[in-house]
Design a protein around this ligand. Structure first.
Ligand SMILES: Cc1ncc(COP(=O)(O)O)c(C=O)c1O
Length: 454
């Protein structure tokens, strides 16, 4: 059966003749007819049936190979363990290679993605009294990078389909104190950067891309992370390029990148002069050794994840029960650190997401939720509103408005509905692995009348 456009109408229009007969007799259409994969009406594994996937493993993550091990051993034996010991050590070498990989002039690495983001905030001179607009659907590191400089993280609501910042909501949150936008490229895919950059230009704001999850992703012919003034990445263990803890800033503005170097080097510049106050965020040589050791296969793994993500999305195209993250026009690839979908319970006999995930887990397919709450609902907001420094730097009226405007209803809905794959490892699997994912989903869908009883 041919796949057609994804709409509820098309979904009904594309089911096979046998399904139409079934529908006529008031039975449910089978997902198997939609995906073109196996017909799966077997008993759910959670109810004692055979699981879709057994005795198989997913590609493991983080990725380890002999090159990485050799690279670490070499660094250990060299005695060059800190970047200031050598200009040709692993850290400066990795900076050059990462800049080349990303197509930027310069790269400065740090001890984490959070540190990379805070380095940018500091380098742009953003501090107490200033505001930075960002997304509530992110790692706490995003917020922390703004709070560390005692600036105000202002959270704007999301686009329900892409899970990314809604540019209209961003524009609504701009005040006279707004200095920057920090779009989070969630999942590793680009947000609507065309609109975000246009808003930034219109209001004279800087853009720090939180591309912590988005290594190598491309949008409108540019690498994500190279579109704003500065782009930041994370190499924390789970990321698609990983070293335990690590981060990078990329950019083309030499003066600004020089400032980034100085900030993360406790205010000490390339000439060894301590010219400003700054934190010490330097990456160590072991972290860069691991990173250098894994660069060789990075593009290949990126291509595999993209191919598998495209395959999954093509299979889900006519299925309204689980809708993949919307990609903006101009997105030619994603990092697919996360393969995110929205679970629509009305197509699963109104079964709550937790039951769907439980049934799928028993089939050998692990989808999960993302965050328990958007960051607008975490207690840090109360904490900062009660801090003396915030009460000094922001007027009572501003802080009241801030509290009043903390709601992000689209983000709440997105969080309630997300069903996703931590994709760094699993999306490196083969076609059979991807078919297992679809077949698992399909089997649970075909048994949706049983879901509420589990
Ligand atoms: C979107 C996003 N921003 C920021 C960070 C912070 O990076 P790190 O954990 O390396 O400090 C992460 C890491 O999980 C992230 O996913």
């Amino acid at each position: 059966m041919k796949k057609k456009d994804f709409t509820r109408r098309r979904f009904i229009a594309t089911v096979s003749a046998s399904s139409l007969a079934a529908m006529a007799s008031n039975a449910v259409p089978s997902f198997g007819n939609i995906t073109g994969l196996m017909q799966s009406t077997g008993k759910l594994a959670i109810l004692g049936g055979d699981p879709v996937r057994k005795n198989k493993t997913w590609p493991t993550w983080p990725y380890v190979d002999e090159k990485m091990v050799d690279s670490i051993v070499k660094t250990t034996r060299s005695g060059i363990w800190c970047r200031i010991q050598s200009e040709t050590g692993t850290v400066p070498t990795f900076e050059k290679e990462y800049a080349a990989l990303m197509g930027t002039k310069l790269c400065v690495v740090t001890g984490s993605g959070t540190q990379a983001l805070n380095t940018c905030v500091e380098a742009l001179g953003i501090g107490p009294g200033d505001e930075v607009i960002t997304s509530p659907l992110t790692d706490p590191g995003t917020i922390s990078s703004i709070l560390t400089s005692r600036a105000l993280p202002v959270l704007a609501d999301l686009d329900r389909e892409s899970f990314q910042l809604d540019p209209d909501e961003v524009e609504k949150r701009i005040t006279e104190n707004t200095r920057a936008i920090m779009p989070v490229q969630i999942g590793g895919q680009s947000s609507n950067m065309e609109r975000i950059m246009a808003i930034a230009r219109k209001h004279n704001l800087r853009v720090i891309e939180d591309a912590a999850q988005a290594h190598l992703a491309e949008y409108q012919g540019k690498k994500v992370g190279t579109i704003g003034d500065l782009g930041c990445f994370s190499f924390q263990s789970s990321k698609t390029i990983a070293c335990g803890e690590g981060g990078a800033i990329i950019g083309n503005d030499e003066e600004l990148m020089d400032k980034c170097f100085t900030v993360q080097n406790h205010g000490t510049n390339h000439k060894g002069r301590t010219v400003i106050g700054g934190p010490k965020y330097r990456m160590n040589e072991f972290e860069a050794a691991i990173l250098l050791g894994q660069l060789a296969g990075v593009k290949e793994r990126f291509a595999i994840r993209n191919k598998n993500a495209a395959y999954l999305s093509s299979k889900l195209k006519n299925f309204p029960g689980l809708v993949p993250q919307k990609l903006y026009e101009g997105t030619t690839s994603g990092s697919f650190y996360l393969y995110m979908m929205s679970y629509n319970k009305e197509h699963f006999n109104n079964a709550p997401r937790s039951k769907f995930l439980k049934a799928l887990e028993a089939e050998g397919i692990s989808l999960s939720t993302y965050l328990p709450n958007g960051l607008h609902k975490e207690p840090w907001t109360d904490h900062i509103l009660n801090l003396k420094v915030y009460q000094k730097m922001y007027t009572p009226a501003r802080l009241k408005k801030y509290r009043d405007e903390l709601g992000c209803p689209n983000c709440d809905k997105v969080i309630d509905d997300i069903a996703m794959i931590w994709a760094s490892g699993p999306l490196l699997g083969n076609k059979e692995d991807m078919d297992d994912i679809i077949n698992g989903i399909m089997k649970v869908y075909d048994n949706r009348d049983k879901l509420n009883s589990i």
